[in-house]
Ligand binder design. Structure first.
Ligand code: F6P
Length: 545
């Protein structure tokens, strides 16, 4: 069935008209008119609190966005995902990261088979392995216990694990060292291994496909590094390498025993895989109980998303507000600003989650879109960002909606630090919304020539997500919140948020260029003149060491 073009829907048209009214209004005015706005435009779900009152919206905006959700069939689309329907249409796959955190007794079927049972079987296998590594029962080739765990993976097989390790470092076993190698740039491998003893090092090769160039290159370098230390004794591989993959054949080809392989399934997208066996490094770091708490948190958010009415539904609100800011107020980015240092890799993780999902130019049925899709997500932890790029957010010419993330309790209390941190996050959102007028600046006795420089226009939107404490459960909720917000955006835009064809062309071209860089004799190049010239120049620079 062909869907109606998005821009022809009554709610879309009404939002377009309504945005003209909103654009003329200032948040100062909207707050002055409604004394309870700061309480009214809030929602609480699965233990997370969202204050979205500092968005450039009115009650009418929210009503129309809900209408848009209805006209784009959001509820049914959510239900279809949870039912295991093949909503990733271009790859003909179900999208079931929610099954990764479903309780043991849940039933979710793909092609008639209950996948929850398999999920828990893998979780049990992971837990048993993680416990053996953590307790020292799992020994390296020379009988020494493992002290270093290196995850080799890229994209979703790296960003989730790195982010979760950093976020939950507080809960991790500090006697173990964790490193993450992703880049095909040899520096990544060399720096990660230079001070480690191979006899105490375990490599987790994480790759859904087990064919990714970067990961396989690093995996082969890891094997060579290990075998150098053990005089080529290939038996060492079994004690120092495990794999996480959907591709058992390729894992065996690499020489990793199937017993040391942790599987997952094609219905788990790479960027949605941190709750699968891809999280093995996380589980070794924080232990199986904390890992299960992470899953429980995500599941709580899944249930909230599946059941809460739209006006109280955090992922739906966050997603719809992103649509509003992107399509009706012309914002091109979203800054994600965690005021929690442990979340320092969260923006990097979100970049793949959001942009690989919603960076699409055609609808699910292949029609070019005539509206903006996925905005650019980026960010840094506060307060560091304040002394870097916030100037542009406050006084630049672009509209940059911000998501501030903060916690009531620090994991590592230290004097006044936490109150100072939280004072900053609240102050930033306040300054962005209300700014500072010419009159206010003049009243401070500022010389006339400086007045324009010191004026803050305000009216710059932000959300604040407030939670109690960064626990494994809270992290699970936060990740699921953004996963589902991405879903909501993709559902409205009618795009396939679960494929990633855009990364293919570069991969193919690189494979073509590799032999042209490595061949001894000068290759006959057939690229454009720029690429040809760069290849010739690189070859000649390479010769002159
Ligand atoms: O960048 C493309 C991509 O396919 C991502 O979606 C994925 O997370 C990453 O590569 C790694 O893939 P794999 O886990 O198969 O090595």
């Amino acid at each position: 069935m062909k869907t109606k073009p998005l821009t022809t829907l009554p709610a879309w048209k009404a939002l377009t008209r309504h945005s003209q009214t909103i654009k003329r209004r200032h948040l100062r005015e909207l707050f002055a008119q409604d004394k309870r706005r700061g309480e009214r435009f809030t929602a609480e779900g699965a233990g997370l609190f969202l204050d979205y009152s500092k968005n450039r919206i009115s009650a009418e905006t929210v009503r129309l966005l809900r209408q848009l959700a209805k006209e784009t069939d959001l509820r049914n689309k959510v239900a279809a995902m949870f039912r295991g329907e093949k909503i990733n249409v271009t790859e003909n796959r179900a999208v079931l990261h929610v099954a990764l955190r479903a309780p043991r007794n849940a039933v979710i079927r793909v092609d008639g088979k209950n996948v929850v049972r398999e999920v828990h079987a893998v979780l049990n296998k992971m837990a048993s392995f993680a416990n053996r590594v953590r307790s020292g029962k799992w020994k390296g080739h020379t009988g020494r216990r493992i002290r270093n765990v290196i995850n080799i993976g890229i994209g979703g097989s790296d960003l989730g694990p790195v982010m979760a390790y950093e976020a939950l470092r507080h809960y991790s076993d500090r006697s173990l060292t964790f490193r993450f190698i992703s880049n095909v740039d040899g520096a990544d491998f060399v720096e990660a291994t230079r001070d480690l003893d191979p006899a105490e090092t375990l490599f987790i090769i994480s790759s859904k496909t087990f064919t990714t160039l970067e990961t396989m290159t690093n995996a082969h370098s890891a094997r060579a590094w290990l075998l150098r230390a053990f005089r080529g004794d290939a038996k060492a591989v079994a004690r120092h390498f495990v794999a996480v993959s959907t591709n058992a054949e390729k894992v065996a080809e690499f020489g990793i025993d199937r017993a040391n392989m942790f599987g997952f399934w094609d219905w788990v997208g790479g960027r949605y895989s941190m709750n699968s066996a891809i999280g093995l490094s996380t589980m070794i770091a924080i232990g199986p109980a904390h890992f299960r708490a992470l899953l429980a948190g995500a599941h709580e958010m899944d249930e909230h998303f599946r059941t809460a009415p739209l006006e109280k539904n955090l992922p739906a609100l966050l997603g719809l507000l992103t649509v509003w800011n992107t399509n009706f107020l012309g914002a091109e980015t979203v800054a994600v600003l965690p005021y929690e240092n442990y979340l320092k890799r969260f923006p990097a993780y979100l970049q793949q989650l959001t942009m690989e999902s919603n960076g699409k130019h055609v609808t699910r049925d292949g029609q070019p879109v005539n509206y903006a899709t996925g905005p650019i997500f980026w960010g840094e932890p506060g307060t560091n960002g304040q002394h870097s790029f916030y100037q542009l957010i406050h006084q630049g010419t672009r509209l940059i909606p911000c998501d501030f993330i903060a916690f009531a309790h620090p994991l590592t209390p230290l004097g006044r630090h936490h109150d100072l941190l939280l004072a900053n996050v609240f102050a930033q959102a306040e300054a962005l919304a209300f700014g500072k007028t010419v009159t206010e600046v003049k009243a401070e006795g500022v010389p006339a020539a400086l007045v324009p420089h010191k004026v803050f226009s305000g009216n710059r939107p932000s959300n604040i997500i407030l939670a109690d404490k960064l626990t494994p459960t809270a992290l699970g909720k936060l990740v699921a919140l953004y996963e589902h917000s991405v879903f909501v955006q993709g559902a409205v835009w009618n795009i396939d948020s679960f494929d990633q064809w855009g990364v293919e062309l570069g991969k193919v071209l690189a494979q073509r260029i590799v032999p042209e860089l490595e061949s001894r004799s000068a290759p006959k190049l057939k690229h454009d003149s720029s690429t040809n010239h760069l290849i010739y120049r690189y070859r000649s620079m390479k010769r002159k060491r």
